[in-house]
Ligand binder design. Structure first.
Ligand SMILES: *[C@@H]1O[C@H](CO)[C@@H](O)[C@H](O)[C@H]1NC(C)=O
Ligand SMILES: *[C@@H]1O[C@H](CO)[C@@H](O)[C@H](O)[C@H]1NC(C)=O
Ligand SMILES: *[C@@H]1O[C@H](CO)[C@@H](O)[C@H](O)[C@H]1NC(C)=O
Ligand SMILES: *[C@@H]1O[C@H](CO)[C@@H](O)[C@H](O)[C@H]1NC(C)=O
Ligand SMILES: *[C@@H]1O[C@H](CO)[C@@H](O)[C@H](O)[C@H]1NC(C)=O
Ligand SMILES: *[C@@H]1O[C@H](CO)[C@@H](O)[C@H](O)[C@H]1NC(C)=O
Ligand SMILES: *[C@@H]1O[C@H](CO)[C@@H](O)[C@H](O)[C@H]1NC(C)=O
Length: 247
């Protein structure tokens, strides 16, 4: 069945039948993931495996040896998030298998030193927030609806992770005076090495290549017609590196 990934990963009857109806209604050439989508999926998998590896290599060592009930309860939730991260990568690989030219990136990730539950949460928050924005950004680089659909789903999954952790480490996570939607980051910004949310270049070990947008310039970030000058998109490289949380 064409949308078997949907049934495999969490969704119910509603999503499956909706997807089937849609695919029956159209036979455009972009219904299957393209070779351009393969590049998007490779980038997505590299990012997904990064966050998955971060959890795999830090959760048990940071939260595993405590008798503290609060930490034990937290650890249980983190195993759930860890599973979500694994499912993200499984989903990308399944869709990638349908895209011609797709190959799994081979990455040698680096992780920051994490020696307390507090520093773990700070880094996990930064990385989940970054990964969420990366998937939102990648949704703007796709050709087939199936790949956009996957990116939307991954962004929602990781946004949930980010808000769960973020609401514990950031007292203004849901601020009443907020002026922005969830952040989006273009692939070039993700690859940059700035030490802040939105960048993973320090950690990815140069294993990924930014996909190119099939529709030319794409403004990542603002939804408004007139973005602020600092996030303006004058060239394809600046557009890919621009980011903003403003709606
Ligand atoms: C994380 O560990 C799970 C099993 O515990 C494994 O299935 C998954 O592939 C690992 N993820 C990464 C990115 O290595
Ligand atoms: C972490 O510990 C849990 C429970 O002891 C275990 O099931 C899981 O496989 C461990 N994860 C890794 C990545 O070693
Ligand atoms: C358990 O860990 C929490 C979070 O780090 C801490 O606030 C609390 O004081 C700890 N409880 C005990 C009994 O050590
Ligand atoms: C954790 O690492 C930081 C910086 O690397 C260091 O300042 C701090 O003392 C360490 N804390 C513990 C509990 O080892
Ligand atoms: C806290 O969350 C808000 C809303 O997402 C964000 O604008 C702000 O930068 C975050 N602060 C930190 C220190 O991460
Ligand atoms: C929102 O309010 C907090 C205090 O409640 C203040 O510190 C912060 O600067 C305000 N942010 C904006 C964007 O006005
Ligand atoms: C990156 O930022 C974190 C937190 O803001 C800080 O602890 C760390 O030292 C910084 N790393 C580098 C290489 O500047």
């Amino acid at each position: 069945m064409r949308f078997n990934i949907v049934t495999l990963l969490l969704a119910g009857v509603t999503a499956t039948s909706a997807a089937t109806t849609t695919s029956a209604a159209s036979s455009a050439s972009t219904c299957s993931p393209s070779s351009s989508d393969a590049k998007v999926l490779e980038f997505a998998l590299g990012v997904s495996n990064f966050i998955g590896s971060f959890y795999n290599s830090t959760v048990n060592s940071t939260f595993g040896e405590s008798n503290n009930a609060t930490i034990k309860a937290y650890q249980k939730i983190l195993f759930g998030l860890e599973k979500g991260n694994t499912l993200s990568s499984v989903a990308i690989e399944k869709v990638g298998a349908k895209a011609s030219g797709f190959s799994k990136p081979k990455c040698d990730y680096k992780f920051p030193e994490v020696n307390s539950t507090q520093t773990w949460a700070q880094w996990a928050y930064r990385f989940e927030d970054t990964v969420t924005g990366a998937f939102i950004g990648l949704a703007g680089y796709t050709e087939s609806p199936e790949v956009s659909f996957l990116m939307a789903r991954l962004a929602a999954e990781h946004s949930a992770h980010s808000s769960l952790i973020g609401s514990r480490v950031n007292s203004t996570y849901f601020a009443q005076n907020s002026t922005s939607l969830v952040a989006a980051y273009g692939p070039a910004q993700i690859l940059s090495t700035r030490n802040q949310t939105g960048s993973l270049g320090e950690y990815l070990g140069d294993c990924l290549t930014a996909p190119t947008s099939p529709c030319g310039q794409l403004r990542i970030g603002p939804l408004a017609a007139t973005p602020s000058p600092s996030s303006g998109a004058a060239s394809s490289s600046s557009l890919a590196t621009s980011a903003s949380k403003k709606i």
